[in-house]
Design a protein around this ligand. Structure first.
Ligand SMILES: [Zn+2]
Length: 125
């Protein structure tokens, strides 16, 4: 049985980022709130998918691919806002700096057949 991954640090990170980028007093109305909550949902979807047994059901694969597509679209929207861009970069760095999260994402990518266009870690300089 795979060990449950502790995401509390990442959730705290997301909360901090949300406060930093929010323009609506955390009412969930601004792009900052929506973006962060979307990241949170995607993260949980990735974790849920990655903790499934190796034999993924077709429905799960479809859901995972859809998630990746949404993630890409979300990133495109976020990139229009310099502040959100910083926040998104910070989240990604945080994720990629977490060995467990990184391993899960990499495993998921492999299971999905290494499709193009997915979120990939930037080269570390
Ligand atoms: Zn807000």
């Amino acid at each position: 049985m795979p060990e449950p991954v502790d995401l509390s640090g990442i959730h705290r990170e997301l909360d901090t980022l949300k406060r930093a980028v929010c323009h609506c007093q955390l009412r969930g109305e601004c792009l900052g709130c929506k973006g962060i909550e979307m990241v949170r949902q995607q993260l949980e979807a990735v974790v849920a998918a990655a903790s499934q047994p190796v034999l993924l059901q077709v429905a799960q694969e479809t859901a995972a691919k859809e998630m990746l597509t949404q993630f890409g679209q979300m990133q495109e929207r976020l990139m229009d806002d310099p502040q959100m861009r910083q926040a998104a970069d910070a989240v990604r760095e945080r994720l990629m700096g977490d060995p467990d999260a990184r391993r899960m994402i990499e495993e998921l990518m492999q299971r999905l057949g290494g499709q193009d266009g997915g979120p990939e870690p930037d080269q570390q300089e």
